[in-house]
Design a protein around this ligand. Structure first.
Ligand SMILES: *Cc1c(COP(=O)(O)O)cnc(C)c1O
Length: 398
């Protein structure tokens, strides 16, 4: 157990990343209410699609119930079906991978590189050597940090593979002058409650291909054929976004830049506050301007005390001057704040243990998971609160 600090716990819990409303959301909800547009059709949906398309820089967008349903339709639209082998980012939230499983396809997990914590182009290259028949790659921009799309796109083009970009965490992120959400042949963003902006829930599929957008629209509304009666020749889903959810997102869109600026400040303060500690903040790759969704850190290998992570339990042995993510998370909790371990890699999940995993190093994803954590990154966190978090983290290195 963490021995505790003399820091006074926050009266109100400080969350990892929670919704921040601005007022305009209520106006759009009220407008929908007053005009009875209380369904999955309406002006808020149309405007949200138009605004996000314009912001991201994509021709078409389809507003859906969640990031997960957006990824599900993206996977189906890319032609992934029963038995299809798909290269999937390993270090991620499970919602990146589940849609591949929904379709009965076979994920093959690709290790991360330290430079971005995202899909390692070298491991991807190695995967194509082993499975030259693969035509689909699911990338993810973890914690708002972009992948090395220059290399990943080149490798995928060479192998005639399409990219499905899970941009759920990276709305607003820029890489090589382009926004996240433009790097996949089909991309998906999320508006769930802890993302950079939210609709309470919600997601969006993004593409430049009109026929893909049309299909997504049709499939998301139970795949009705053009007829007077209910005629169906394709499988459909009830995945369309609600006009109320769209109203919340519509009201949030003008604040994307403000949220990113706040998150960036948080990242920079942590970096400054930890500069003399044996830790690293999550990397910022060259040519990129992330949205800083979550500030994360890793403890340097030499400063790690022994930490054992079982399937659901953990222990660690405190050593003077050394610590580990689980101790740091306990310390953060004692001041009534919320941190979180990094995503546990997919190839270490009991659910996915039968699938192949490709690495060129020695399992970078596992190493990052063992040494890393997400710090409280709420954009409403005050400087005072953040100083207390920094102090609590620093106490672990004593
Ligand atoms: C949040 C998230 C999703 C899923 O989005 P939902 O809107 O919650 O369904 C998918 N992938 C990643 C990496 C995420 O962080």
């Amino acid at each position: 157990m963490f021995k505790g600090t003399n820091i006074h716990p926050f009266e109100k819990k400080l969350y990892l990343s929670s919704p921040t409303m601005h007022g305009g959301e209520l106006e759009y909800i009220k407008e929908a209410y007053d005009t009875n547009w209380m369904s999955t059709v309406g002006e808020n949906i149309n405007e949200t699609e138009r605004l996000i398309s314009g912001f991201v820089g994509r021709k078409y967008s389809v507003a859906l119930t969640s990031g997960t349903s957006s990824l599900h339709l993206a996977v189906k639209l890319a032609g992934i079906t029963k038995g299809t082998k798909v290269f999937c980012s390993d270090l991620t939230f499970i919602a990146s991978t589940n849609p591949v499983i929904y379709e009965g396809a076979e994920p093959i997990f690709i290790d991360s590189e330290y430079k971005s914590w995202n899909m390692d182009p070298e491991a991807l290259e190695k995967a194509f050597e082993k499975y030259p028949e693969v035509k689909h790659v699911v990338t993810v921009n973890l914690f708002g940090t972009p992948c090395d799309y220059e290399r990943i796109r080149e490798i995928c083009d060479r192998h005639n593979a399409v990219i499905i970009e899970d941009a759920a965490e990276s709305l607003g992120t820029v890489y090589n002058g382009r926004r996240a959400g433009t790097f996949g042949d089909i991309s998906a963003v999320s508006f769930n409650g802890n993302k950079i902006i939210t609709g309470t829930s919600g997601g969006m599929l993004l593409t430049d291909d009109e026929s893909v957008a049309k299909k997504a629209r049709k499939w998301s509304t139970q795949s009705r054929d053009c007829a007077q009666w209910y005629q169906h020749s394709e499988l459909g889903y009830n995945y369309r976004m609600s006009n109320i959810v769209a109203g919340v997102i519509r009201g949030q869109i003008p604040y994307i830049g403000e949220h990113i600026a706040q998150k960036k400040k948080i990242y920079q303060r942590y970096k400054e506050g930890f500069k003399d500690l044996p830790v690293q903040m999550n990397p910022i790759p060259e040519n990129s301007s992330p949205n800083y969704w979550l500030s994360c850190m890793t403890v340097n290998p030499g400063a790690m005390c022994e930490q054992r992570l079982g399937d659901t339990e953990y222990t660690y042995t405190k050593e003077s001057g050394k610590t580990c993510p689980m101790e740091i998370l306990e310390a953060i909790k004692t001041i009534n704040a919320e941190g979180r371990p990094l995503w546990k890699p997919m190839h270490l999940q009991p659910l996915f243990k039968k699938y192949d995993y490709i690495t060129v190093n020695n399992d970078n994803g596992r190493d990052l998971f063992m040494r890393g954590l997400c710090l409280p990154s709420d954009n409403k966190m005050t400087e005072e609160q953040q100083n207390a978090v920094i102090k609590a983290v620093r106490a672990c290195f004593e």
